[in-house]
Unconditional design. Structure first.
Ligand code: SAM
Length: 492
């Protein structure tokens, strides 16, 4: 085994031996050498909130495009810490390593589509899909724009705790045309049916492609085998989710053929409810570093030849971590599509409506009453294309506007994150370097004299360079801080 790789002592020996059986010696040396390199910092711009030219104008980091395949994707090329910048808190970008951006770019949903991300937490790829299904955004008015969009993203994760993290990340993204659920794949299929134009299955896997990002890794042949079994099971729900003529993207972050080519070959070969020929692999656009899948790694299968359409991202050939991606299209069947049942909202009661209206008028927000939905004293704005979620466990449906408390309406942090300062009449916007902004993010109250005009008491949107960050409340000559406690930074 080559020893020049400084990190290969931390790579599991069984993994290195297995890669030695898969790759020729010179390729293996280059592959292992890639583990010496530092992982790349990638950043994907939130086009729901800002256009690319405008972001590039204000970005305080050195950026290099990841490639023509994703115009919103960049590598951070200096030592800045974009995760600490207020633009990150305002959801202007997601820190995502470049290979993980390829899934959204290849699935390529377009404005107005119904899209499912079946294993979505913590939400990197879901934020990407949310941006893609929206029409281009006029600067700084994400909520106003979302009102007219027909697209719907259903983002699901089987683990409830992870699904809440997913909801937080989609909220920071300002994504309002979303249904976030937490259920097993077969339950999602049973509840929603084959109604999706595009489905992403970013499968739980042995994670070999991410070893460079971790100090310690757990790996064994048994883990690979268990993951492969689970992945085959998850894929069985695909025919119950993808509409005829729709597309499915299966992705992993592992090199193991058992979890990649062999899973796809088994799926293409037919299963319980589908036959060989019902699904075909699609040849994606090929860009620098997009290697082909390996038919010889699933040679036993009658579908093996198709596997060359898959994409393999190798860390020694692509500026990112290891990934495998396979796009499949379901055969079209005239008149076979299902139309989802529309969702019946529970509108606010008269007293609730009065409280909401009082708040909405005070801040200058005007939202369509027929899209308002109340659940557990909380008010939500539903996506225009809301579908009936059946008995699925809902984490969030649409945009959380706020909560009814005795005699008043309390706006949600999610609402602030979906607003531009120009969308409300009571906003205060500071530049990223303004000490008042740092004080706000640290949780401090501010003297009312810091506000641009006298104004009346009530809720104020606090923004960074026009992008909503959180709420404050003007009362008794002070600006009381309502930035969520768990997000507050150490005082400066
Ligand atoms: N797509 C995510 C992103 O871009 O941030 C990453 C998804 S991660 C690779 C795989 C996800 O699958 C995990 O969040 C995990 O909770 C979920 N998962 C685990 N077991 C599962 C199962 N049996 N069925 C479906 N999803 C599962």
């Amino acid at each position: 085994m080559p020893t020049e790789n400084k990190r290969d002592t931390t790579l599991p020996p069984g993994f290195v031996a297995r890669m030695g059986r898969l790759l020729p010696p010179d390729e293996l040396a280059a592959f292992l050498a890639a583990f010496d390199g530092a992982p790349r910092v990638g950043l994907r711009v939130n086009t729901l909130k800002i256009s690319l030219p405008d972001f590039i104008n204000i970005a305080p980091f050195s950026l290099a495009p990841v490639g023509d395949w994703e115009p919103a994707g960049f590598l951070v090329t200096d030592n800045s810490r974009p995760g600490r910048h207020p633009y990150h808190d305002a959801g202007l970008y997601y820190l995502q390593e470049p290979s993980a951006m390829v899934a959204g770019a290849l699935l390529a949903p377009v404005a107005g589509e119904r899209v499912l991300d079946l294993a979505a937490a913590p939400g990197g790829k879901a934020t990407h899909l949310a941006s893609r299904i929206a029409a281009p955004t006029p600067l700084g008015r994400p909520l106003r724009q979302a009102l007219d969009d027909e697209g719907l993203l259903v983002a699901n994760d089987v683990h409830a705790g992870r699904a809440r993290l997913l909801a937080d990340n989609l909220a920071r993204w300002g994504a309002s045309n979303v249904l976030i659920t937490s259920a097993e794949p077969e339950r999602v299929a049973a509840a929603l049916g084959p109604v999706f134009d595009r489905v992403l299955m970013d499968a739980p896997c042995s994670g070999e492609g991410m070893f460079r990002r971790h100090e310690e890794v757990e790996w064994s042949e048994a883990i690979v085998a268990a993951c492969a079994r689970r992945q085959r099971g998850i894929l069985e729900s695909a025919p119950g989710l993808v509409r005829p003529g729709g597309r499915l993207l299966y992705a992993t972050c592992t090199f193991a053929p058992e979890e990649d080519e062999q899973v796809i070959a088994a799926f293409l070969g037919g299963g319980g409810d589908w036959e060989i020929g019902d699904w075909e692999m699609v040849e994606p656009g090929r860009f620098a570093g997009f290697d082909r899948g390996r038919p010889d790694w699933a040679a036993e299968s009658p579908a093996a030849a198709e596997l060359s359409h898959a994409v393999r991202l190798w860390p020694h050939r692509f500026p990112g971590e290891g990934h495998f991606l396979a796009i499949m299209e379901r055969a079209a069947q005239p008149d076979a599509g299902e139309t989802p049942r529309p969702f019946r909202p529970r509108p606010p009661a008269a007293a609730e409506m009065r409280l909401w209206q009082e708040f909405a008028v005070a801040v200058g927000l005007d939202l369509p009453a027929e899209r308002l939905n109340v659940h557990d004293n909380r008010l939500y704005l539903l996506p225009r294309a809301a579908i009936d979620p059946g008995r699925l466990r809902i984490v969030r449906y649409g945009l959380h506007l706020g909560e009814f408390r005795p005699g008043r309406f309390h706006p949600a942090h999610d609402l602030a994150l979906s607003l531009g300062a120009g969308e409300v009449t009571t906003a205060v916007s500071w530049t990223a370097g303004d000490p008042r902004l740092a004080a706000y993010l640290a949780g401090s109250d501010l003297p009312g004299s810091e506000l641009p005009d006298a104004g009346s008491d009530g809720w104020v949107l606090v923004a960074v360079d026009g992008f909503g960050l959180g709420w404050a409340k003007r009362a008794g000559g002070r600006l009381k801080n309502h930035y969520p406690h768990h997000l507050r930074r150490a005082a400066v």
